[in-house]
Design a protein around this ligand. Structure first.
Ligand SMILES: Cc1cc2nc3c(=O)[nH]c(=O)nc-3n(C[C@H](O)[C@H](O)[C@H](O)COP(=O)(O)O)c2cc1C
Length: 181
């Protein structure tokens, strides 16, 4: 049984990146893996994403008692073997809501190292348009020492036929996850 954390960022539902996440999750659950999913873009206003940089002078930001990231998401991430980052492409980058969760890794950078990862991105444009986001995510995977088990950069998300193919690929990646990591 593998512990998997899925973090999604899009505020759009039903959405194209949500479809990739759903299919991945469906595949991953076939093998009795333990899946925790946090849809950052779909949280209400009661779950603000505060930036916590305790080590950085001048960045004193309070974390409320009910902070879900601190209380639930980070503990799940710490024990996860695989982290799945899912986003749509917004202005050549990832969704702000997912980035706000990633920024919270900072206090746990060291403990979060050496897992595996999957990146699922959807965007309206071409492969050329996803170049910047691809570089960003690859750098993040390298920095966190999270080798990839398969990434999808789904261009032309308006094209249902293409999107379904990418969704099937996400399902296959999910299904391939079993055993020790
Ligand atoms: C605010 C915003 C910014 C976007 N920026 C880009 C972009 O830079 N490049 C691109 O190809 N598509 C862009 N899109 C289109 C989305 O990436 C595309 O519609 C995607 O399928 C949305 O996925 P979702 O339904 O999971 O949010 C943008 C859409 C929105 C709403």
């Amino acid at each position: 049984m593998t512990k998997i954390v899925i973090l999604t960022g899009s505020p759009h539902t039903p959405g194209t990146s949500q479809l990739l996440a759903d299919k991945f999750e469906k595949g991953a659950r076939l093998n009795d893996n333990q899946v925790y999913r946090y849809d950052a873009g779909l949280q209400g206003n009661n779950s603000p994403h505060y930036l916590q940089l305790e080590e950085a002078p001048g960045m004193e930001v309070g974390i409320p008692d009910n902070d879900l990231i601190e209380k639930e998401v980070i503990p799940k991430l710490l024990e996860a073997e695989i982290v799945v980052l899912v986003s749509s492409m917004y202005y050549f980058g990832i969704n702000a809501q997912l980035k706000a969760v990633i920024d919270r890794f900072y206090d746990y950078n060291h403990e979060l190292k050496d897992k595996h990862s999957v990146v699922l991105i959807s965007g309206y444009g071409s492969q050329d348009d996803v170049a910047a986001i691809k570089l960003h995510m690859k750098k993040l995977q390298e920095y966190m020492r999270w080798p990839s088990l398969g990434d999808i950069y789904a261009e032309d998300s308006w094209n249902q036929k293409k999107l379904q193919k990418f969704a099937q690929k996400a399902y296959e990646i999910g299904k391939s996850i079993k055993g020790e990591y």
